[in-house]
Design a protein around this ligand. Structure first.
Ligand code: FAD
Length: 291
């Protein structure tokens, strides 16, 4: 199913992001984790990719298996980094041949020392426009409630999101955020800019203190004092931190749904137990979570 069609129904949806193995030695472990998450029958699952295309074969393989083995709609991520027009055309054809109807078009994080000058696509909007020129596959793209770290300000960044949507991006998924007010204000700015595609809220259940340090260094996301208190109190007790992190994420989701946000995308980090618990917590709220 095309995710644009699913989100157009305007009913609450719960989807999970998984990542592919970096090497063949990790393949079976990752496959087992993604299969366990697929057995929860979420509305759809996204499969990330490493910038530079090295993991694309696994991204496509895992995304295809979600559909063929579990009947779960999937979306495969694809980046501009190191991708030529010929590469993009070949990968889209591969995805279509595997029965995958959705692709997430990204620039990707540029590896240190990598020169984008040799790439056919400098920005996600260019990749998305190219994909839409050769295929009617559904295309999603990324957006950043706190602004992309490279952009001068949020309005400049939203201008580029607008280019992405004008290029054919049919829905957006946000970077993780830990304060829903940031998301609500951002959504208003997107709508003011004439961006009317569905926006899936990206929620990260933080289940250990080290994960939060990693997140902060990567995304620079604002951490509310309420969450800092949780880290201070429970960060050194793994079980307590996991439980508190899942509850925090669940509360964020319930608040979003209560305020009319229908599309919830959970960064599952390939943890089936965390995905299952979040789903269970929403079993009377999200139709696909009802068992
Ligand atoms: P772009 O939309 O190209 O934007 C990048 C920067 O360039 C922004 O600052 C933007 O404002 C600016 N910009 C855009 N267009 C122009 C223009 N025409 N002129 C000048 N400036 C411009 N990374 C991966 O490697 N693999 C993944 O699977 C992956 N999945 C992700 C999923 C989500 C939901 C999110 C939010 C991010 C994901 N990322 C992934 C990370 C992403 O690749 C990085 O955040 C990357 O730095 C930006 O990608 P983008 O597609 O948003 O880029």
């Amino acid at each position: 199913m095309k995710i644009s069609e699913l989100l157009a129904k305007k009913i609450p949806t719960l989807s999970f992001e998984v990542f592919p193995p970096k090497t063949s030695s990790k393949y079976e472990t990752v496959k087992a984790a993604t299969s366990a998450i697929a057995k929860l029958k979420p509305d759809y699952m996204s499969v990330t990719c490493g910038a530079g295309g090295k993991t694309d074969i696994y991204t496509a393989d895992i995304a295809a298996s979600l559909g063929s083995e579990h009947s779960v709609t999937s979306i495969a991520h694809m980046t501009c980094v190191g991708t030529s027009k010929a590469d993009a055309k070949r990968r889209i054809k591969e995805l279509e041949d595997l029965g995958i109807e959705n692709v997430f078009g990204l620039r990707g994080d540029i590896p240190e020392g990598f020169d984008m000058a040799g790439c056919d696509f400098q920005h996600a909007s260019e990749l998305i426009a190219y994909i839409k020129s050769i295929s009617d596959i559904c295309v999603g793209g990324a957006c950043y409630p706190e602004g992309h770290p490279e952009s001068a300000n949020i309005y400049e960044d939203i201008g580029h999101i607008r280019e992405k949507v004008d290029a054919g991006c049919e829905f957006l998924t946000t970077q993780m955020f830990f304060d829903n007010n940031i998301f609500y204000k951002y959504l208003c700015k997107l709508r003011d800019a004439g961006i009317n595609v569905p926006v899936a809220a990206g929620i990260m259940p933080v289940t250990n203190a080290a994960q939060m340090e990693h997140i902060c260094s990567l995304s620079g996301a604002y951490i509310p004092s309420r969450f800092i208190n949780i880290l201070d109190r429970f960060g050194s007790d793994p079980d307590a931190m996991k439980q508190a992190g899942i509850i925090y994420a669940t509360e964020q989701i319930v608040d979003l749904l209560a305020n009319g946000v229908n599309a919830i995308h959970v960064y599952s980090m390939n943890k089936p137990d965390v995905a299952a618990k979040i789903q269970e917590n929403l079993s009377c709220i999200v139709p696909s979570a009802k068992k």
